[in-house]
Design a protein around this ligand. Structure first.
Ligand SMILES: C[S@@+](CC[C@H](N)C(=O)[O-])C[C@H]1O[C@@H](n2cnc3c(N)ncnc32)[C@H](O)[C@@H]1O
Length: 504
């Protein structure tokens, strides 16, 4: 059958439109009510089809709409001449009335018209469709639940109103995204169910939020004017710093009986005669810190086991001490790729330390974890194992995922701090990478961070690189002076007072 479609639609007066002679007389079609409703509400959505000869339009498809237009008092109807032969009219009616299974892309197109969303902005659509609170089944936006159901009914869609809402959500999501996942196409090709596609959209929205956050963070860091203040004092009493209310603290205390630091004052923290005495001192430092922290503050402590005079479960005891005063969020083993040579009788070369991550009891801490690229390194829909009913389950894999809690780095490279003063030495600096992993995951630009044993200032520099104001405390005057110099250079200011206020 040959049908020549004339792309020219014309508005023809109703009185010049009559049914084609080959069309059987109109019997009461059951869709009449629906079509009348849509024509009243939306006007004529599609043209009627027929032959246009000598100023008369002979309708082949659209008799019901013609009748309704007359009833509603329309003056004209949009007509599309298709120049069909007499013999083909019946065949044409048969095929055009036989609706093939409607594809999801068609459903979207028709529903968009029905829901009066064509030409609306993304924001307006979201509001109309209630997408800002999608998981709330009772909230269907300004359009309302009934409209979704009515649309399904009027368009004779093979899905329910709630599914149409999901379908529209998928469609808008795809439409605004240059990097679309091809979900409507996937639905049309039966690659996954509507519910599965909608789950992918939800996951994708989360990924996009995370990426937006990352962008925001980067901008904030570069716009932040941060300051640094370094204090020469023992940090078992920090009351003078209470006004700063740090949001984040990270430090590494002297480990028990491991090193003899210079200028250690009377307390000689780390040289206590027993582990119990050591833990009691540790408690004092933790208590003085808790006193000045913001209520949602996070405290990260890098600490190693002591093997002097045999294994004494120092870390286990330290952990229990922490648990009394803080909520422990978790601990990260820090594995040194090139541990400094040290020998323990009857045991291997120790190569690990622990980073305890705690928060103030009952606090709400931020957590935007450091991510690492996946093997594929790109976002995409993946098949997972077969589901119970035999179908293939799909999931959306991001281009990156959360790092594990195991931190693996080389020990500190002295060049990290020597570049500020080649004559400065420190016995136990911590690599900046260890600080960086925790700082970027648990802080936001603009916060204030403290290192209560700042040593060579490894933490202080990382704080400023992450847009944080920094407070440093150490009992060793040489370390304090070095840190002041270092931070002056990092922040581009040469003041070196007890409290230096600097702009980034
Ligand atoms: C393990 S080091 C910290 C190194 C530092 N995290 C870095 O990366 O450079 C321990 C530091 O605690 C300091 N310290 C010892 N007793 C202290 C006290 N009572 N108050 C403050 N700091 C103290 C030492 O001077 C030493 O610099």
């Amino acid at each position: 059958m040959m049908i020549t479609l004339n792309p020219q639609e014309v508005d023809i007066p109703i009185e010049n439109i009559i049914p084609h002679t080959e069309i059987p007389l109109l019997n009461k079609e059951k869709k009449m009510d629906h079509i009348e409703y849509t024509m009243k509400r939306f006007g004529q959505v599609t043209p009627i089809l027929g032959n246009f000869e000598d100023g008369i339009f002979y309708v082949v498809d659209g008799i019901v709409r013609l009748e309704i237009a007359k009833k509603l008092g329309h003056k004209t109807l949009r007509c599309l001449p298709i120049n069909i032969s007499k013999e083909d009219v019946v065949k044409f009616r048969l095929t055009s009335n036989q609706r093939a299974k409607m594809s999801y892309s068609e459903m979207v197109k028709y529903a968009e018209h029905m829901l009066e969303l064509v030409g609306k902005t993304q924001g307006k659509k979201k509001e109309l469709l209630g997408f800002e609170d999608f998981d709330n089944e009772d909230h269907h936006g300004l359009v309302g639940k009934d409209r979704f159901e009515l649309t399904c009914h009027l368009l004779d869609l093979p899905i329910k109103g709630s599914s149409l809402r999901k379908l529209m959500d998928i469609h808008w999501h795809e439409e605004k995204d240059d990097d679309s996942l091809g979900l409507i196409e996937g639905l049309d090709n039966n690659l996954f169910s509507l519910d599965a596609a909608h789950r992918l959209v939800k996951k994708d929205k989360k990924i996009q939020e995370k990426n937006l956050f990352k962008e925001w963070r980067k901008n904030e860091i570069s716009n932040q004017a941060v300051w640094s203040k370094i204090f020469h004092q023992s940090s078992d009493d920090l009351l003078n710093l209470k006004k700063y209310r740090p949001n984040f603290a990270m430090f590494s205390p002297p480990y028990w009986m491991m090193k003899l630091y210079r200028n250690q004052g009377e307390m000689k923290y780390g040289q206590e005669p027993t582990v119990e005495d050591y833990i009691n001192n540790c408690r004092k430092f933790i208590m003085s810190l808790i006193d000045i922290m913001d209520e949602n503050g996070v405290i990260a402590i890098v600490i190693g086991e002591s093997y002097q005079g045999g294994f004494k479960s120092v870390l286990a005891r330290y952990e229990l001490m922490l648990e009394e005063r803080l909520d422990i969020i978790g601990k990260c083993p820090w594995i040194k790729e090139n541990p400094t040579p040290s020998k323990v009788d009857g045991f291997f070369r120790p190569a690990d330390e622990t980073v305890f991550i705690c928060k103030l009891k009952g606090g709400n801490h931020v957590f935007n974890p450091k991510m690492t690229p996946t093997k594929d390194g790109k976002k995409g829909i993946k098949n997972s194992h077969k589901s119970k009913n035999g179908g293939i389950r799909v999931f959306l894999q991001d281009e990156e995922r959360v790092i594990t809690n195991v931190i693996e780095t080389p020990v500190c490279n002295p060049n990290e701090y020597k570049k500020y003063d080649p004559n400065f030495t420190h016995d136990a600096p911590c690599p900046m990478e260890v600080y960086q992993t925790i700082v970027e995951s648990y802080t936001l630009p603009g916060m204030t961070a403290i290192d209560i044993h700042c040593g060579a200032g490894q933490g202080l520099e990382v704080f400023s690189q992450n847009g944080l104001n920094s407070l440093g405390v150490d009992i060793d005057i040489e370390s304090v002076e070095f840190c002041r110099k270092r931070m002056s250079m990092v922040l581009g200011d040469d003041t070196s007072n007890d409290e230096i206020q600097l702009a980034a």
